[in-house]
Design a protein around this ligand. Structure first.
Ligand SMILES: O=C1O[C@H](COP(=O)(O)O)[C@@H](O)[C@H](O)[C@H]1O
Length: 234
């Protein structure tokens, strides 16, 4: 079973960041042109900072853009590991300061306890996503779909209408909240942002046959209704 991807390769991280920012800005602009509002989900982790900076400088009617996260660690934004903190620092600045940001974490003690409230805050967004920018870990996780995670099945095949799921895995560190697979697959643009040779090898392995539970990025690659656009640099 081979995954459908469209590769965009770049010489370095700065060139990739600019190109990905332009691609996402175009997707947002197209949706706004048609429906007046657009939504975007971005990932956290170490990779996206330069891309988010570049996107923040794009000229768009940002007051018509709703931004949320692909996934989040269940911890306050005061933590260095908070994905929301990354988005506030790198995307919600410059032109994009006018965007509406909807984080996924609330004051509940666990993702399971906070899921209904987080889902309710997502309800007013203009769905489906105009763009969803995924990352990928060296273990083949994407979003918070970690290999053999507790909650993985519900995140990949949720009850109808569920936009969020709670997952936990030793490799994930903290408990997580994540967009569900159907929400990601509905996005008009699904981009996968990866940097380094080792991550490219992980992607090659993920594209080969093998269980989804071992490398959950396979769930996206195999089920995506359109090519997943891979943005890569060494
Ligand atoms: O845990 C996470 O990891 C992935 C990949 O992060 P990176 O640091 O290797 O770029 C990220 O896409 C996800 O949003 C994050 O929660």
């Amino acid at each position: 079973m081979s995954a459908t991807i469209e590769r965009h390769d770049f010489a370095n991280s700065a060139a990739l960041a600019e190109a990905l920012a332009s691609r996402v800005a175009d997707a947002l602009q197209a949706r706004i042109g048609e429906f007046d509002r657009a939504s975007l989900a971005v990932s956290g982790g170490r990779t996206p900072a330069a891309f988010l900076d570049a996107l923040s400088r794009k000229l768009l009617p940002w007051d018509r853009v709703w931004v949320t996260l692909v996934d989040e660690r269940w911890m306050p934004e005061s933590s260095e590991r908070s994905n929301a903190r990354l988005v506030r620092a790198h995307l919600l600045q410059n032109e994009a300061a006018a965007a509406h940001f909807v984080p996924l974490v609330n004051d509940a003690p666990t993702p399971e306890a906070g899921l209904a409230e987080a889902e309710a805050l997502l309800e007013p967004l203009p769905w489906p996503l105009a763009a969803c920018v995924l990352g990928m870990g060296g273990d083949g996780h994407t979003a918070s779909f970690f290999p053999h995670a507790e909650g993985l099945n519900a995140a990949l095949a949720p009850p109808p209408g569920s936009r969020l799921a709670a997952t936990s895995a030793q490799a994930a560190g903290e408990p997580r909240v994540t967009l569900t697979l159907p929400v990601i697959l509905e996005a008009s643009l699904i981009a996968l942002h990866i940097e380094s040779e080792p991550k490219l090898r992980v992607l090659d392995t993920a594209r080969a046959a093998g269980p989804v539970e071992d490398m959950p990025v396979r769930a996206v690659l195999r089920a995506s209704p359109r090519p997943v656009e891979v943005f890569w640099c060494p």
